[in-house]
Design a protein around this ligand. Sequence first.
Ligand SMILES: C[S@@+](CC[C@H](N)C(=O)[O-])C[C@H]1O[C@@H](n2cnc3c(N)ncnc32)[C@H](O)[C@@H]1O
Length: 423
Amino acid sequence: MFDPLDLYDADKNNSSVALDFEPSFELDQQLSTGVDEKLEDSKLLENDEDDEDSLLGPIYVLDLPYVAYASPEVILATLHLLRPETQVNFQSTEAVTTEAICKSKDLDKKLQNNIVEWYLNSIQNKKLNTIEKICNKIPSLVNASETERSALLNYYTSILKRYENSSNTSPLKFDILKEVSLRIAECCGRSAIPSMSRDFKFDNMNTMVSLFEPSLTNDNLGWKTWGASLILSKILIENFNSTTNFKPKKSNEPLNVLELGAGTGLVGISWACKWKEEYNLVNSNIQMFVTDLPEILENLKKNVTHNNVGDFVTTDVLDWTNPKPFVEKYNVKENSFDIILVADPIYSPNHPEWVVNMLSKFLKTDGKCFLEIPIRSKYAKEREVLIQLLQENNFEVLNERYDQGVDDWGSVKYLYREIVLRN
Ligand SMILES: C[S@@+](CC[C@H](N)C(=O)[O-])C[C@H]1O[C@@H](n2cnc3c(N)ncnc32)[C@H](O)[C@@H]1O
């Protein structure tokens, strides 16, 4: 996988993603012409399978139900089992019990019985003849070796070929086509995945944050949660007291918090969840805005509501190129925010200036901005400009550190800065 922002042209702030994807139906041919031999093979194999090692060993794509032979119910059950695992902090996490796996894969009793019946009676495969063994082994193919994953893609395309055929009249045809299209898209990286939810857990917080992400079509970058927001959220939650109580307030003055370019909302939402855990909301005096561009808003709002912080977090549009509607709607005074949160805001030559304008306009004198930026080699110049503009506009760096974090495509280096606006 790759960083989708590597495909952006910093000069044009534009991107185009070409998917080089050539489906192969080799496996389908193999499967549809070789079913009888395969059944024979699997029965022969079965005699060698009595020892415990072979029962515990891995399975391969060739162990999956034969596309041309298994019933639509069995194929649908298999596709459910191959759904991706839930992600926590950008890492896949496996459900552990059979019951939990069936629940997470939406595998109802009927589908369970169908697939067990296939392995138990139709092909008598001892490695997979109970729902426990099936749940234990089939989902693992999603994270198998590169070779197995490429065989899996062939398996999916063979299902697609069989079920998209107009002569196929199975009542499950459309369920299978929908499910297999999703599996194929999931093989193509985050930029192609239709929509998903991700969970985020933090050491110093009981509440788990769960975020919905629509598909990344139309280059809406705020529809994905970026690694910078996870690192910044961790830092803010670990150091919650020092980041919130840094200056005495007048008793009736609310703490004003603003997030710029919130995207799916991880930083603001996790911070708000921590606030809710720490303080009794009835007695706490806070006003918080999480903001982004209009096209990002609907999903951001949904995430704020879903994570139960909508009672004190307002979600709205704040366009860095035109803050006037936001200012007028909420009667926001110049330099009125105690805290501003920003993760991963720089990916075009205009962004440094726009972001610094927003900080200069909205941050209180002595208020703090917590900023996290990924070290993308392509945006070195924009980072330099940002740092220079901050200096020129009286922002002082109080803390700075580099961290190694993760995003969908692997490890990424990040720069954290805690900055304060001086007179
Ligand atoms: C790379 S994403 C980061 C999103 C989020 N902070 C995170 O780390 O997951 C950049 C965000 O900045 C927002 N953005 C870009 N230009 C903007 C502008 N002119 N006004 C407001 N938000 C903007 C995008 O919509 C997007 O949500």
